[in-house]
Design a protein around this ligand. Structure first.
Ligand code: 475
Length: 805
C-alpha cells in the first residue's frame, strides 16, 4: 500500500490518543504495540470487507481450512511486510522517538498450536492470501495458549499463557455471526425429522483475524470460535454457575500434546464445537446467497487438517439431511466431494479413537449419522472387497470410533506431507484403504513461508540475495536457484558468512541475557529446535554431546572444532521421558559449561520457552540443522526447510522431507546418517535388534550411557535412569544406540568441513539456492489445483489500496 511516513506518524499518534486518551511517547510498549496493530488493521479493514464481498459476488470457490490448531507467530512485522510498509513503520517509529524492537517484543504470541501441524496451517494461510486464493481458516480461540515453559533447577515448569491479557489488536469480534452448538440431550426421529430434547446449548462467537497477503494480494479470514452461554439463557436467568463454568471450559485451553492423543471428553467437545460452528456458518452464508446445496462441492472445499476436525463430515451430513432435506445418497456424494483430509503422523499414539458411548452421549444426532455411515459402508463394500478389508477399514470397530477411518471414507482426497510419509501411508499404515480407493491417495510435501522465515526474520540475507539475483525470487522462490551462479564468488560468500555471524551475535546476546552464558560466536551453532519427543531423538544429540565431553576430558590439548549446541523444546506436561530429557540436557550443560577444559570449545544451551517467535531469532543463526528422527517416524518436518532457507546445513536421517532436501542438494551438501527406513523395518520385523548386547559390547557407547546414572553429572537424579531404562531395559525403541556411531561420524565430518570456511559457505549458499521448492506458495498451489480445485483471483498490477486515511 502507499502511505507516506508523515501520514503514518500522524495516524499513529491519533490512533494512540483515540485508544488511550494519552500521548504516544508516554505509553507502555504494550500500549504502543496495541495501537500500532489496531492502526495497521484499520488500514486493511475496507479492503478486507471488499474482498469478502467480492468473493461472494463473484461466486468464486472458497476453501475452508479446518484446524484445531494454528500457530501464526507474531503478526505485526509480517503484516507490515506484506503491506509493503515495514520500512515506513520502522522509520516512522524511530522518528517518533519509539523503540520499534521493544514494540514488536511487546506483542504476545498467539500460541494456539503445539508445533508443526499448527505452524503449517499458518504458513498455508499466509501463502493462500499472498497468491490470492480464497483460503480461510476455521479454528478455536483458546483463551490460554500452550503453556509458557520455565526452566527451574533444570526442570521444565509450566506456567499459564494468558496471551489475550492485553487484547488482540488483530481480531474483530463478530457476534452477529454467532451460531448455536448443541450438546447432549436426547434425539429421536419423527419420520425423517430429528427431535431434540433437553440439549445443552452453547453459543459459538466468531473472532476474525485478517490474513494479509504479500503486496496485499488479498485479505482472507482466520475465524476463531469462542464458547459463550446463550444470551437467552442468560437473560432469562436460566444459566447456573456450573453452566458458565462448563461453557467457559470449552475454549479455555489448548491440549498441550503434540503427536499424541488422549480420549478426554473436553477435547471431543472442542472438536465438535469448532467444526459445527464452522460448517453451520458456511451453510448459512449459502442460504443467504441462495446457492443450492447441490452445488456445494463446486462452491466450497473443506480441508480437514489431521483427524481432529473429522466430525466436519457427519456435521455436514446432518445439515444436508436434517435441514436441507436431501436424500442420504445426495448428501453423501456432496460431502465426499467437498471434504479432503491430510494426515500428519504415523505414530500409533497419535491416532484418534473415541469410545462410542462417549460420542453418543455428547452428540447423539451426530452419532446416529456416524452409525449410518458405518452401516452403509459395510453393506455396500462387503460384496465388492470382502469381509476382511471392510472390517479393518470401517469407522466403528469394537465400540470405538476411528477418526482416521471416518476422515478417509468421507473425503475425496487423503494426503501425506512428504514423499516418504505418503508412501508409508499407502503401503503400510493405511494400506487397506489405498487398496480399496487408490485414487484418493496423494502426496503434498509441506512448505514454509519464505516471507516470514527469510524476508522478515533475516532481512540482511534477503538484501544479499536480491543484490545478486534481483527481486523476482520474492514472488517466485524457485528462481532462488539462480544463486547457484554465485557459489564460487568469494565476495558473495564472505558477505553470506558475515550475515550469519551477525545473526549468531544477535542470538548470543539473547542467550547471554536469558541464560547468563557467553557463547563463542566463532563456534559452530548447532541447532535442534522442535517439540520434545522420543522419536525426534533429542537424546541422541545428548549422547553425542557427552561423547564429545569425554573426548575433551581425555584430550584437553586436542585440536577441537568449537561448537555451541542449542536446544529449544517443550515437553508435554505428562510426558515423563520428554521432561526427563530436558532435565538431563540442562544438567549436562551445567557441568560442561562450567568445566575449564571445555571453555569456548564445547557449550550447551537450552533456550527456555521455544516457540514460533523465538524460532525467528534462532533459525537465521543456525549453521547445522539437526533433523535426527528415526527414519520412518517424522512425517515431514518443516524446521528442516526453514533452516535450509537460512543457509544451515542439514544433519539428518533419510526421514520425512529430509529425503527431498537430499534429492535437491545431494549427499555432498548435507550430512546424511543412520538407518534407512527399510533397515528399521527389517530389524522390527525380525525383532533382531538388541540394544543391551550393543551396549555391553561397545565400550564407547557403554561409557556414554553409564554416565547418565553413575554420577558423572552430579545433579542428574532419577531422570538419567529414565533415559538409561529406555535405551537399555526397554530396548531403545528409536534405535539411538544403533545410529550412534553413524551420527558421531557425520558430526565429525561436519566439524572437519567447518574448518574450511570457503567450502562451508559454498554449501550454505547451495542450500539456500535449493530451498525455493519448499515455499508454501507451491504447496498451496498444489493443494488448490489438485485437491480443492480452486482458482486464485486475477492479480492486480498496482499495489495501492484505498483507505479512508
Ligand atoms: C509432524 N500433531 C511433522 C507437521 O505436517 C510435520 C497430533 C495429535 C494431537 C496434537 N497434535 C498433533 C501432529 O501430529 C503434528 O504436529 N505433526 C507434525 O506435522 C506438519 O512436519 O513431521 O510431526
Amino acid at each position: 500500500m502507499n502511505i507516506s511516513k508523515e501520514q503514518f506518524k500522524d495516524d499513529y499518534q491519533k490512533a494512540f490518543t483515540n485508544m488511550y486518551a494519552s500521548t504516544l511517547e508516554g505509553g507502555s510498549s504494550t500500549q504502543q504495540y496495541t495501537a500500532l496493530g489496531t492502526l495497521l488493521r484499520s488500514y486493511v479493514a475496507e479492503y478486507w470487507r471488499d474482498e469478502r464481498e467480492r468473493y461472494i459476488k463473484e461466486g468464486q470457490k472458497q476453501v475452508f481450512y479446518f484446524s484445531i490448531e494454528f500457530l501464526p507467530g507474531k503478526f505485526l512485522e509480517n503484516n507490515a511486510n506484506n503491506m509493503d510498509i515495514l520500512d515506513i513503520v520502522e522509520e516512522g517509529c524511530k522518528e517518533l522517538g519509539l523503540d520499534f524492537d521493544e514494540i514488536t517484543a511487546a506483542e504476545a504470541e498467539p500460541a494456539i498450536g503445539n508445533g508443526g501441524l499448527g505452524r503449517l496451517a499458518s504458513c498455508y494461510m499466509d501463502a493462500g492470501a499472498s497468491l490470492g486464493y480464497p483460503l480461510h481458516g476455521n479454528g478455536i480461540r483458546y483463551r490460554h495458549g500452550l503453556f509458557r515453559q520455565k526452566i527451574v533447577d533444570g526442570y521444565q515448569a509450566e506456567l499459564p499463557d494468558n496471551w489475550l491479557r492485553h487484547r488482540n489488536a488483530w481480531e474483530v469480534r463478530d457476534h452477529k455471526s454467532s451460531v448455536l452448538v448443541r450438546f447432549g440431550g436426547n434425539v429421536y426421529l419423527d419420520g425423517f425429522h430429528p427431535v431434540y430434547e433437553d440439549t445443552d446449548d452453547v453459543v459459538a462467537v466468531a473472532y476474525d483475524i485478517p490474513m494479509i497477503g504479500y503486496h496485499l494480494s488479498t485479505v482472507n479470514t482466520m475465524r476463531l470460535w469462542s464458547a459463550e452461554v446463550p444470551p437467552e439463557e442468560e437473560e432469562e436467568g436460566l444459566a447456573s454457575k456450573e453452566k458458565y463454568e462448563a461453557v467457559d471450559e470449552i475454549t479455555e485451553f489448548l491440549y498441550p500434546d503434540d503427536s499424541s492423543y488422549e480420549g478426554k471428553l473436553l477435547r471431543l467437545k472442542q472438536e465438535y464445537f469448532f467444526v459445527s460452528a464452522g460448517i453451520q456458518t458456511i451453510m448459512k452464508s449459502f442460504k443467504r446467497y441462495q446457492i443450492s446445496p447441490k452445488d456445494l462441492s463446486e462452491k466450497i472445499a473443506i480441508h480437514i487438517n489431521d483427524t481432529h476436525p473429522a466430525l466436519a463430515i457427519p456435521e455436514l451430513m446432518r445439515i444436508l439431511l436434517d435441514e436441507e432435506k436431501l436424500t442420504w445418497d445426495q448428501a453423501w456424494e456432496i460431502t465426499i466431494n467437498t471434504c479432503a483430509y491430510t494426515n500428519h503422523t504415523v505414530l500409533r499414539e497419535a491416532m484418534e479413537t473415541w469410545r462410542c458411548d462417549m460420542v453418543k452421549k455428547l452428540i447423539p444426532r451426530i452419532y446416529m449419522i456416524i452409525e449410518e455411515i458405518d452401516r452403509r459402508y459395510v453393506e455396500q463394500n462387503k460384496p465388492i472387497y470382502g469381509d476382511e478389508l471392510v472390517q479393518s477399514t470401517r469407522p466403528i470397530q469394537d465400540d470405538y470410533l476411528h477418526m482416521a477411518h471416518l476422515a478417509i471414507i468421507g473425503s475425496h482426497s487423503v494426503n501425506g506431507v512428504a514423499g516418504l510419509h505418503s508412501k508409508i501411508l499407502s503401503e503400510d499404515v493405511l494400506r487397506d484403504f489405498s487398496e480399496m480407493t487408490p485414487h484418493k491417495f496423494n502426496n503434498k510435501t509441506n512448505g514454509i513461508s519464505q516471507r516470514r522465515y527469510l524476508h522478515v526474520a533475516n532481512p540482511e540475507l534477503r538484501e544479499l540475495i536480491s543484490e545478486c539475483i534481483g527481486e523476482d525470487w520474492l514472488t517466485n522462490p524457485a528462481s532462488m536457484k539462480v544463486l547457484l551462479a554465485y557459489q564460487n564468488d568469494q565476495s558473495v560468500l564472505s558477505k553470506l558468512a558475515d550475515i550469519k555471524h551477525q545473526n549468531k551475535e544477535k542470538l548470543a546476546q539473547y542467550i547471554k541475557e536469558n541464560n547468563g552464558i557467553e557463547v563463542n560466536t566463532d563456534a559452530i551453532f548447532d541447532v535442534l529446535i522442535k517439540r520434545l519427543h522420543a522419536y525426534k531423538r533429542q537424546h541422541l544429540q545428548l549422547l553425542h554431546i557427552i561423547h564429545l565431553y569425554f573426548y575433551l576430558k581425555d584430550n584437553p590439548q586436542a585440536d577441537f572444532q568449537p561448537r555451541v549446541f542449542i536446544f529449544g523444546a517443550k515437553a508435554a506436561p505428562s510426558y515423563v521421558f520428554a521432561k526427563d530429557v530436558i532435565k538431563v540436557i540442562n544438567e549436562v550443560a551445567e557441568t560442561i559449561n562450567n568445566d575449564p577444559d571445555c571453555k569456548d570449545k564445547l557449550q550447551v544451551v537450552f533456550i527456555e520457552n521455544y516457540g514460533a517467535a523465538l524460532a525467528e531469532l534462532i533459525i537465521p543463526a543456525a549453521e547445522i540443522s539437526e533433523q535426527i528422527s528415526l527414519a520412518g517416524k517424522e512425517a515431514s518436518g518443516t524446521g528442516n526447510m526453514k533452516m535450509m532457507l537460512n543457509g544451515a546445513l542439514t544433519m539428518g536421517t533419510l526421514d520425512g522431507a529430509n529425503v527431498e532436501i537430499n534429492s535437491f542438494v545431494g549427499d555432498e551438501n548435507m550430512f546424511v546418517f543412520g538407518l534407512r527406513k527399510e533397515e528399521v523395518d527389517r530389524y522390527n520385523e525380525r525383532a533382531s535388534y538388541n540394544s543391551k548386547d550393543l551396549y555391553k559390547s561397545d565400550a564407547k557407547i557403554k561409557r556414554v550411557v553409564d554416565s547418565l546414572v553413575d554420577g558423572t553429572f552430579p545433579r542428574i537424579q532419577i531422570e538419567g535412569q529414565t533415559i538409561y531404562d529406555h535405551l537399555i531395559t526397554h530396548n531403545d525403541e528409536y534405535y539411538a544406540l544403533k545410529d550412534f556411531h553413524s551420527f558421531v561420524e557425520a558430526q565429525e565430518k561436519a566439524a572437519k568441513l567447518y574448518k574450511n570456511k570457503d567450502e562451508w559457505n559454498k554449501k550454505s549458499l547451495i542450500n539456500i539456492a535449493n530451498s525455493g521448492p519448499f515455499s508454501a506458495d507451491y504447496a498451496v498451489q498444489r493443494y488448490a489445483s489438485e485437491i480443492w480445485i480452486a482458482q486464485p483471483k486475477a492479480m492486480r498490477t498496482d499495489k495501492s489500496i484505498v483507505t479512508s486515511h
